[in-house]
Design a protein around this ligand. Structure first.
Ligand code: FAD
Length: 626
């Protein structure tokens, strides 16, 4: 059955990768089709209804800076917002939002349905149309054929998906959804390297059966953060608390007692799970000396009683799940609404992709999201956005684009995946980025919005707001550098009051704001009665001004490192280079270098965990070697 319409880009899958891919392609101005199993599950959060967190919020802000939907939807759906690491440096600060699952889906659907150039069709894609070595379209379950020169596959955990609860297993893409079997079989016929991974989710609990009075309440932050650069606190729905409880030794005994019926420990599951999001049975076995593990009790939304007990993901048999949950403080009478489960699925070796996320073997075919071995909504969204941009560019015969590692976490993510591959679900951390201080969540817009504008991804209202912000930052920095505080004046007295000692000499306001003890707000309040009038600026502007002044030295150093590395990129590393005996290199890096045996400094620098200091060390040893 031929469908009369041709598209420029077809996106398969309406999860986090698929929705960003479809939106990015359509925003770039090309005719796009989003083909997904079920329109009701567009933007569905398969697991925890939360967006952001360390490393992940950086990706969300980058998606936002390029016009994507995730941050805007989070602002409309977030019911508890916090800034993690708020007392630490700006590079590792991260915004995290607990979201109302239903509001999030509704926000994503509304954004999709208002997007020009984008059509949605509900149906499974069962087959790809391939002519020679290039893709030509897809065939749906009903046999409808859609044609396009580019196809983005974002099928998440659905390819050959198998759900496990204890020793029982069934086929499924996630609980309540069918798997993608035909498409998985078709992909296995193509020359891609396929592997199996697994992930899991905890049982959900009815809030009416929980005693919150014995748990620690965890309110959101004040002032309330926003996720999007365009976000407004007024757009947030009602804010509510999360709670904290913990497992105990009795729970751990029950878990150990159930391991003989655990699909993970009895060898039924072959796929490797996420190291940084382990199941409770994994935690109990791996950290046998720990007598307790924290559980964050997170509401699933404002209009539901379901709770997500974050920290007890499990695929143990249901009877064991009930027994262990009821040992937890506050859960003594808990009613489980949905059992926890693990899911195994196919993924494809991301080393077979190009930086554009186009596959190396089939022209026009792109992979994005969990299909590439990643885990997490944010990682999926970031790849989807990039694949959508590049599919649209390819359909117009434009060159592909991918940010560099020193430009964006998206660049780090893609570069890690395609150069190192992955054997376990890959998630983002700030430690994966060598140039963390440049890639902060607060400056994602300053790094990427003008690039997005050039690619047609940024609408006029966002562009105007961005330009205004950029101008205000520039103007304020200029002003602070040109206003001086002289000794013996009322201004000096005001500032000295904050420092508990006189200034001793003349300083510009910029010099003063660079001091760790002073903030824009404290200086503004102190100088209020003097002739220096510090303006009341947008908090996003003062935040940038403060960070740029306080961290300028470190920022300059990282920029110099990047330039230095660029100059040395093509320096060859000998095949027999002795990494084992390099003093000052961590054992982990020695192992990684020995395994990868990079042929140039640039390749070595891209190994996850390599720092500029480690690269300098390689260069020193290289000189000795020569
Ligand atoms: P998905 O969100 O899975 O979306 C895939 C979409 O593709 C769906 O809309 C589906 O209907 C559609 N689709 C699939 N096949 C076809 C087809 N043939 N035709 C049409 N449409 C199709 N992440 C974490 O970070 N931490 C966790 O602890 C965690 N636990 C998880 C536990 C479970 C049980 C599951 C299922 C997921 C978990 N995740 C976790 C992963 C997180 O849900 C994914 O990383 C994220 O959703 C991936 O986004 P995606 O867009 O790649 O795929």
């Amino acid at each position: 059955m031929d469908f009369s319409k041709r598209y420029d880009v077809i996106v398969v899958g309406g999860g986090h990768a698929g929705t960003e891919a479809a939106l990015a392609a359509a925003r770039s101005g090309v005719k796009t089709l989003l083909l997904t199993h079920n329109i009701e599950t567009l933007g569905q959060m398969s697991c925890n209804p939360a967006i952001g967190g360390i490393g992940k919020s950086h990706l969300v802000r980058e998606i936002d800076a390029l016009g994507g939907a995730m941050a805007r939807a989070t602002d409309l759906a977030g019911i508890q917002f916090r800034v993690l690491n708020s007392s630490k440096g700006p590079a590792v600060r991260a915004t995290r939002a607990q979201a109302d699952r239903t509001l999030y889906k509704a926000a994503i659907r509304k954004i999709l349905e208002s997007q020009e150039n984008l059509e949605v069709f509900q149906q499974a894609a069962d087959d790809l149309i391939i002519s020679g070595e290039r893709v030509d379209g897809v065939v749906t379950q009903m046999g409808v054929r859609f044609f396009a020169p580019t196809v983005v596959l974002t099928t998440g955990t659905f390819l050959g998906g198998k759900i496990h609860i204890g020793m029982q297993n069934t086929s499924g893409g996630r609980a309540g959804d069918p798997p993608s079997i035909k498409l998985a079989d078709r992909l296995r016929e193509l020359p891609f390297n396929v592997g199996r991974l697994k992930t899991g989710t905890p049982p959900r609990i009815d809030a009416r059966s929980v005693d919150f009075s014995v748990m620690q309440a965890q309110p959101g932050d004040t002032p309330l953060p926003v996720m999007s650069f365009m976000g407004r606190v007024e757009d947030h729905p009602e804010q509510i608390n999360c709670y904290i409880t913990a497992t105990n030794e009795r729970c751990h005994e029950i878990i150990r007692g159930g391991l003989d019926r655990s699909p993970m420990y009895s060898g039924v599951i072959e796929g490797i799970g996420p190291r940084y999001c382990p199941s409770i049975e994994d935690k109990v076995m791996r950290f046998a000396d720990k007598t307790s593990h924290q559980i964050f009790v997170e509401p699933e939304g404002l209009t539901t009683n379901e709770l997500y007990p974050n920290g007890i993901s499990t695929s143990l048999p249901f009877d064991v799940q009930i027994e262990l949950v009821r040992q937890i403080r506050g859960f003594e009478n808990a009613h489980i609404t949905r059992p926890g489960y693990a899911i195994e699925y196919d993924f494809f070796d991301p080393r077979e992709l190009q930086h554009s996320l186009e596959t190396r073997f089939i022209k026009g075919l792109y992979f994005a999201g969990q299909i590439n071995g990643t885990t997490g909504y944010e990682e999926a969204g970031a790849q989807g956005l990039l694949a959508g941009i590049n599919a649209a560019r390819a359909s117009r015969e434009l060159e592909s684009w991918c940010p560099r590692r020193d430009q964006a976490y998206i660049g780090v993510l893609v570069d890690d995946l395609i150069s190192m591959g992955t054997t376990e679900p890959y998630r983002m951390f700030t430690s994966r980025a060598e140039y963390r201080l440049l890639l902060r969540e607060d400056n994602a817009d300053l790094r990427l919005t003008s690039i997005g504008r050039d690619m047609g991804l940024i609408d006029d209202s966002r562009w105007q707001a961005f330009c205004q912000k950029q101008d205000s930052i520039g103007d304020e920095l200029k002003r602070l550098k040109s206003v001086w505080v002289q000794p013996g004046t009322d201004k000096e007295a005001a500032i000295s009051g904050l420092l508990d000692k006189p200034l001793g000499r003349e300083y510009s306001l910029a010099d003063l704001l660079a001091r760790p003890e002073l903030s824009y707000k404290t200086m503004r309040d102190a100088l209020h009665e003097t002739s220096i009038d510090m303006p009341q600026l947008d908090p996003q502007v003062t935040q940038q001004v403060e960070i740029q002044l306080k961290y300028q030295g470190y920022i300059n150093r990282q920029e110099e490192d990047i330039q230095k590395l660029k100059r040395q990129e093509n320096t060859a590393l000998p095949a027999d280079f002795d990494y084992q005996h390099m003093d000052g290199l961590s054992n982990e890096l020695k192992q990684k270098l020995l395994a990868a045996r990079p042929d140039t400094i640039a390749r070595a620098a891209r190994i996850p965990g390599m720092t500029p200091a480690a690269v300098s060390l390689l260069l020193i040893y290289l000189k000795k070697y020569q």
